[in-house]
Ligand binder design. Structure first.
Ligand SMILES: Cc1cc2nc3c(=O)[nH]c(=O)nc-3n(C[C@H](O)[C@H](O)[C@H](O)COP(=O)(O)O)c2cc1C
Length: 147
């Protein structure tokens, strides 16, 4: 059992198009690695991707978050990695899956709009609380369709 205090971290970044990978295959590769690593490290979270930008919420023991974030920050598949905050958290918001995948579809536009994002994500205008709330809303919406 892991009793280290729980923390939540949010970062944004911008997808750097690969020479071989398209965005969807890059996302699939990221998700499968993340599921495996995050499960082993007791890290949960949610990844938002709109084809250009990423917003990721990660939660778990602080040391595990820092190790995960160090690997992510060094990943050349994205750039302008900006950590918006790392804060103590009482409970996990994303406990049912280790990492939900999300590729933005027009059906989810109202959820983005309700969080002040109309059109593409502008990472410079996303803050910690908005990112967490958006990820939660998207994961709840996604859960409705995957049960
Ligand atoms: C947008 C983005 C999100 C990522 N999220 C995670 C993550 O949550 N957990 C993780 O272990 N790796 C994540 N990665 C992948 C890491 O950058 C790195 O490639 C991976 O952790 C290496 O794992 P390996 O040493 O097991 O191959 C992410 C990469 C990108 C570009």
């Amino acid at each position: 059992m892991n009793t280290a205090p729980l923390h939540r971290l949010v970062y944004t970044s911008v997808y750097r198009a690969g020479r071989v990978d398209n965005a969807l295959s890059a996302l699939r590769a990221i998700l499968s690695t993340s599921r495996k690593n995050n499960e082993a490290a007791n890290v949960t979270g949610y990844l938002i991707f709109d084809g250009d930008s990423f917003i990721q919420v990660l939660e778990g023991p602080l040391a595990a978050l820092e190790a995960t974030m160090a690997r992510i920050a060094a990943d050349e598949r994205h750039r302008d990695v900006s950590v918006l905050g790392t804060h103590p958290a009482e409970t996990r918001l994303f406990r049912e899956w280790k990492m939900g995948g999300y590729r933005r579809t027009p059906q989810q536009d109202p959820i983005f709009a309700a969080h002040g994002i109309s059109g593409q994500i502008d990472p410079s205008r996303v803050d910690f609380e908005t990112a967490v709330s958006l990820a939660q809303a998207l994961s709840l919406e996604e859960a409705k369709h995957t049960r």
